[in-house]
Design a protein around this ligand. Structure first.
Ligand code: PLP
Length: 452
């Protein structure tokens, strides 16, 4: 920090303040974690300065031998960890990984000479007519994914996202009575819509998904089955999700982030079989520019960590903790979407407390509990104010907190939400500052035996 402080002290201060915040508040954002020091350090070095467009051993720049080493290692660890034949570790984020997958599927499935030329880096040979044909051919393709308010991700076809513009898109939701995916309804939607791509995976669905059934649905309509396991990759890596619930043996292509339950650096990754491997490796230039070699180095470190036996124990504790949190909240009267969880996240329907998601999120933040507001299925408050708060256990489990601390956390959350009253707008609320301070202190005390 002193090296940074000598150049721009405000950045050094912000880094220090961020560490203090992450040390002292209950980090319950389901998509966050604490990467290991080895992972963090692998990112802060001279790899950051290197250009390495291309793939291992086939670069468009000279002097990439060390990048080749770390990229090959990251891919090898990923293949071994997930039992995949091919791993592409260059995507800079989850959204990039999904774009790479979409382009790979389009290139594999759509008969487009223009696309083939573009993929072969013969962009200069493409005529205006080729480009128009390309846009028409690709724009006609269909994608079926989980809707945002049911827990899907915006890259699964949400209209304002590029995925909703690239594809003719339709979504499946959850059963209004149970909050669960109704596979018969998904099959019906697939039969009616005949998508090119069926996407499974979620950001806010607190249950397992049966990928065997989803693959059968995809096969029945000739769709390519893609799973975005960004949220639960750590549970797959730790063998908590196996058999029908492990996406890798069932999907044609799997994408993920590396920074959520997998506990790596911020980044993305694509896994697939040999049929799609060539197309996936063309992520650059179709979607990506130069890879981030320092992040690939950190991916190799984090994936090596995830292959150790203690990661399986970690993954199981994530789920045990989420279930303890869900039980603790339910016992105190909270309303949970689907009534509980079998993964790493819990979605509280805070309308049960008479609050919007925005009010609840802010009241919890005032009290040292960091969460994020999230839509619940058929949310009357939309995606901005919402009626839900999403909480997850990967980060606190990394700190070492267990089921007893989860019950104490449930008590703190319930105390804040039941003592908060709605204000004059969907964003305003009233919470006694003394209570917020007292809960912040309790949250910080809860973390004291588990230093970061
Ligand atoms: N896919 C899913 C299911 C996600 O939950 C997220 C992030 O929240 C992403 C993709 C996008 O990841 P990133 O933020 O790294 O682009």
């Amino acid at each position: 920090l002193e090296v940074i402080r000598a150049v721009e002290p405000r950045v050094a201060d912000a880094i220090g303040a961020e560490l203090a915040d992450q040390r002292e508040s209950l980090k319950l954002i389901a998509s966050e974690n604490y990467a290991s020091p080895a992972t963090l350090l692998a990112m802060g070095n001279w790899f950051s300065d290197k250009y390495a467009e291309g793939t291992v051993g086939r670069r468009f720049y000279a002097g990439c031998q060390n990048v080749d080493t770390v990229e090959a290692l990251a891919a090898e660890h990923a293949r071994e960890l997930f039992g995949a034949t091919h791993a592409y570790v260059q995507p800079h984020s989850g959204i990039d990984a999904n774009l790479v997958a979409f382009w790979a599927i389009l290139a594999d499935r759509v008969e487009s000479p223009a696309l083939k030329k573009a993929q072969a880096r013969q962009v200069n040979d493409l005529t205006e007519a080729d480009w128009f044909a390309l846009r028409r051919e690709l724009g006609d393709q269909r994608m079926l994914g989980m809707s945002l308010d049911a827990g899907g991700h915006l890259t699964h076809g949400f209209r304002p996202n590029i995925s909703g513009k690239m594809f003719d898109q339709r979504s499946y939701g959850t059963d209004p009575a149970t909050g669960l995916i109704d596979y018969d309804k998904v099959a019906e939607a697939a039969r009616e819509f005949t998508p090119l791509i069926l996407v499974a995976g979620y950001s806010a669905y607190p249950r397992k998904v049966n990928f065997r059934i989803m693959r059968e649905i995809a096969d029945s309509v000739g769709a390519t089955f893609m799973v975005d396991m960004a949220h639960f990759a750590g549970l797959v890596a730790g063998k908590v999700f196996t058999g029908d619930f492990d996406p890798v043996p069932h999907a044609h292509i799997v994408t993920t982030t590396t920074h959520k339950s997998l506990r790596g650096p911020r980044g993305g990754m694509v896994l697939c079989g040999p049929e799609l491997a060539d197309q996936v490796d063309r992520g650059c230039p179709m979607v990506l520019g130069g890879p981030l070699p320092h992040v690939m180095a950190a991916k190799a470190v984090a994936l090596a960590e995830a292959r150790r036996p203690d990661f399986a124990d970690y993954a199981q504790r994530i789920v045990d903790n989420a279930q303890a949190l869900a039980d603790g909240l339910t016992r105190r009267g909270a309303k949970l979407v689907t009534g509980g969880t079998d993964n790493h996240l819990v979605l509280i329907d805070v309308s049960g407390y008479g609050l919007t998601g925005r009010q609840a999120e802010q009241a919890l933040l005032d009290s040292g509990i960091v969460t994020n507001r999230n839509a619940v299925p058929q949310d009357p408050n939309g995606a901005w104010y919402t009626s839900g708060v999403r909480i997850g256990t990967p980060a606190l489990t990394t700190r070492g907190l267990g089921t007893a601390e989860m019950d104490a956390t449930a008590e703190l959350i319930h105390t804040v939400l039941s003592q908060t009253t709605p204000g004059a707008s969907k964003a305003k609320y009233v919470l006694d500052p003394a209570l917020a301070e007292q809960v912040s202190k309790q949250a910080s005390d809860l973390l004291t035996p588990f230093p970061l």
